[in-house]
Structure formats: C-alpha cells, structure tokens
Design a protein around this ligand. Structure first.
Ligand code: C2O
Ligand code: CU
Length: 488
C-alpha cells in the first residue's frame, strides 16, 4: 500500500500485527480446495423452501498436523452454500447448538426486518429461529454470518460464515454455472494458528494501535491452506467472498494477466470489466472470470492493498501484506466455455432521489458514526418506503473503514473504478475519502423493527460503528419512535 511511515515508538510492541508480511514462500500448494456443499433444502407444507442450519462447535485441521477449535454451520468450519431462487418463499430453520447466544444474518438480502437476523434476533443456546420471506432481488452472491452485537468478530472468525446464492432465470446460461467445477466459491478468511493448533486472536479485541482488529498470518480458502483447484474448462468463475475480520485483499493473478469482473455484491455488472487487479474489503464479494491455458499452473494472489494515501500505520492495517491464495491447475485438455458476454443483464443503476429529498451524511469518526456509538435502543432515522436516497459517507480518520447497509443495494456515485459500477451493499472507504451512494431499499416497511448500517471491519462494528434505521410507510417518518427495546 501507500505507506505512511509510523513513528517507531508507536510500532514497538505491535510489530506482530500483520508482521508476517503475508505468506509468500511459506505455503506449498498441494491440497485440493474444499468446496462447501450445497445445502439440501426441502419444501414445507406451505411450499416454503426450508434449509436446516445448525450452528455448532467442532475441530478442524486447518494447518497440517494441528487441531484447531472452530465453529461451523452443519459442520465444523464455515457452512454450506444456500441457493434460493428469485420468487421463492424461504424459511431457513436455524438451531443454535453453541454455548453462546448468537444470530444469523442474511448479508445482502432484501427482506422484512423481522427476518434480518441482526443483533435483535438473538437465539439462545439450545434455541431455534425460523424467519420467513419471499426472495425478490437479482441474482447475486450473498452470504450469511452471525451478528450478535459485541461478539460478531469472534463468531465470524471462529468460522460461522457461508455463501447464499440468489438465482434468477434472467441471469442463467451466460456465465459458467457448474457449481464446484467452473463456478467455484472462494471464501477468504485469515487467521494465525499456533503450534498447538490454538487460534491466536491477537488484535481481535481492538485497542489502541490495533487499528483494524485481527489480521491473521495465513489466509485459508474455504478452510483450505495451500489450496489447488483443478480447472477442466477454458474459463472458471470464482465467487470471492472476503469473510475476514479486517483484512483488505487486492486480488490479482501471479503473471499479471487480466481477468474479467462480472459481478459485485448485489449482482451482475452491466458488462464484464477487464482488469488486472480488484480490491476487496471485509464483507464485499466479487465474481471473476479467469481464462486459463491448457496445462498451466496459475496462482491467484493478493497484492499489498492500497489502503489510501492518508492511512496512518499502513503496515498495522495490513497494507504491506502479500498472500498467495489459490493455485489453479489447468488440465491439458480443456472443455470449451461460453464466451465472455459483451453485456450482462444487470439491474439498472439506482435512480436519483426525488427532488427535495435531503442527502444524508455519515461521518466515520473515532470508532463512531456521526459522533455516536451503537445503541440498539436508538433509532437513528426513518426512510419512507419506495424512495431512494443519496448518502454521503466520509472517513475522517487515518484508519481504513468500510460501510455496509442492510436491506439495501446502492450505486457508488462519481468517478469510480469500473468494478464498482454494479449494485453493491458494502463499500470500502479509505482514510480521508468520501463516497457518495445512491441507496435503494427493500420493499418492506415496519416502523417497529430496525435495520443496521455499519463498518464491516468487525472489530469496528463491535466497538460501536453501527447505527439503525427503519423503513416506514411514506408520510409517517415523523411518527417513528426514536427508541427501541434492546435485546436481552
Ligand atoms: Cu455482513 Cu450487518 O453485516
Ligand atoms: Cu471501520
């Protein structure tokens, strides 16, 4: 990244944060990439698609010969891939077999607030929760993860995360779509595994100069260390999710060749974008089309990310770290793939707000938003159903942040890199930067139940960089109570 040299005194004693400078030269790529299974759904009597999801503890051999305590969904680490089709009525059944209360949030889903799985929907140990909604949004790579306020960083880092793919007839047949073959999940999570297998959570409690929270020394792809993906076709579609607490990646191919970005958080881009690198901050997703040559070995890696010109302690935020991520091993004979489409059936850009709707300003401050710390008993504002809004997000700090909105998709305004031209739900906001978003909200109003907006660097979120809004019938914004019962 663009380094700003930190005073030596500030670095002393904290050099361990991200000091591995990545994993280059430390990993042998010889283990098959684990592919999360697709969860079997069933239809209940009401015709709803039900996925049974049990959150549980387990152990995983993340590094060879070391046993690590992990958490997972229906397994020991991470969770199955859920597939939901646009138009489906769904009713996932969540069981909590963990020793702690938690929640399960459907990141990127537009749905009633009662089904959101945010911090208000705590499921106690031994408890169950079955929200239900109708899926109505474009095809996209979403994900699910816990959201218990104050503990989200621990629960996600232990392994509670999985992909949630929305399928839509309008988007089928254009891109590779054989799951696990040429349409492949790539879930990135970093961690430091000690000699005894224990997880080193240095930085997770985020204090003082641990400016972004936990940065692990190794990156695991779908839980695999040193992963190899056998590629049998000319092109492979990688659905990349950054499920890390704090690490920003900058994805590239080892020989510098270009690839195509075809989708970001909330669905397809208007057209494939050819580039040789793409940044990805926590919570963001990107879909890549990589073209391989017969018989070659091609490494997907993360270059040192550009965390912004104003970043203080670039190194402590991972700005120096380079990681080798995944080896693509192409067969000598490759089956033909569909050509890279010239255009994609993307959702249109979010329309500009009606005249007279004021912009909303969000200042990402000293681990606050607009000077305030998260309070689950406070509603920050109300948005009328059916409108769009312009949100201006400004990072006043020397620390990287990002910004995620529940139940919404946005277009990033201004001159942005082409991979940001699609609809998104999470955006990187480098130190000193301002981003302008045109935000469209889901189709559900409920004055009594809030949605969240927050920084998705999980230590920042847990420390209070989060607020709450409600969607209400138009004209009733003034009747919204500014308070809300807190969960217990
Ligand atoms: Cu990925 Cu509020 O969450
Ligand atoms: Cu932040």
């Amino acid at each position: 990244g663009l380094a700003t040299v930190a005073p030596a005194a500030a670095l002393a004693g904290h050099i361990w944060v991200g000091s591995g400078r990545g994993n280059v030269g430390r990993v042998r790529f010889d283990r098959p990439l684990a592919i999360p299974p697709v969860a079997e759904g069933r239809r209940d009597d009401a015709g709803r698609l039900v996925h049974e999801l049990t959150l549980r503890t387990g152990t995983t051999e993340l590094l060879p010969g070391r046993t690590t305590d992990t958490w997972g969904v229906n397994g020991a680490y991470l969770g199955p891939t859920l597939r939901m089709r646009r138009g489906d009525r769904v009713a996932p059944l969540v069981r909590n077999a963990l020793p702690q209360a938690t929640t399960l949030h459907w990141h990127g889903m537009e749905l009633p607030a009662a089904a959101d799985g945010g911090p208000h929907h705590l499921v106690p140990p031994g408890g169950r929760w079955q929200p239900s909604w109708r899926v109505d949004q474009p095809a996209a790579t979403l994900w699910y993860h816990p959201h218990p306020h104050g503990s989200t960083r621990h629960h996600v880092h232990r392994g509670l995360a999985g992909l949630l793919l929305v399928d839509d007839d309008r988007a089928t047949g254009l891109l590779p779509e054989r799951y696990g073959v040429d349409d492949v999940p790539v879930i990135l999570q970093d961690r430091t595994v000690r000699e005894d297998g224990g997880t080193d959570t240095a930085g997770i409690d985020f204090a003082g100069t641990d400016i972004v929270g936990l940065l692990g020394e190794d990156v695991f792809v779908n839980g695999t260390w040193g992963p190899v993906l056998r590629v049998t076709s000319e092109r492979v579609r990688l659905r990349v999710l950054n499920a890390s607490n704090a690490r920003v990646y900058d994805l590239a191919l080892a020989d510098g060749r270009s690839f195509h970005v075809v989708a970001s958080d909330a669905g397809l881009l208007p057209a494939p974008v050819e580039t040789d690198h793409v940044p990805l901050s926590p919570g963001e997703r990107v879909e890549l089309l990589v073209t391989v040559r017969p018989g070659e070995r091609l490494l997907l890696l993360s270059r040192p990310p550009d965390l912004g010109a104003n970043v203080l302690y670039d190194r402590l935020a991972g700005g120096d770290d380079e990681f080798h991520l995944l080896l693509l091993a192409a067969d000598d004979r490759l089956t033909p793939s569909p050509p890279v489409p010239a255009a994609l059936p993307a959702a249109p850009p979010v329309p500009t707000p009606p005249p007279g709707r004021p912009d909303r300003h969000f200042e990402l401050g000293d681990f606050t938003i607009n000077g305030r710390t998260a309070d689950l008993g406070r509603i920050d504002f109300a948005v009328p159903l059916g409108t769009t809004e312009r949100w201006r997000i400004r990072n006043t700090q020397g620390v990287p942040h990002n910004f995620h909105v529940h139940n919404a998709a946005f277009t990033v305004g201004g001159t942005v890199p082409p991979e940001l031209r699609g609809r998104k739900d999470t955006v990187f906001v480098p130190p000193g930067a301002e981003v302008t978003l045109l935000v469209a909200f889901g189709q559900h109003a409920d004055p009594a139940r809030p949605y969240m907006f927050h920084c998705h660097l999980l230590a920042h979120e847990d420390a209070g960089m989060m607020g709450q809004y409600v969607v209400v019938p138009p004209g009733t914004e003034d009747q919204v109570s500014p308070t809300h019962p807190r969960p217990h």
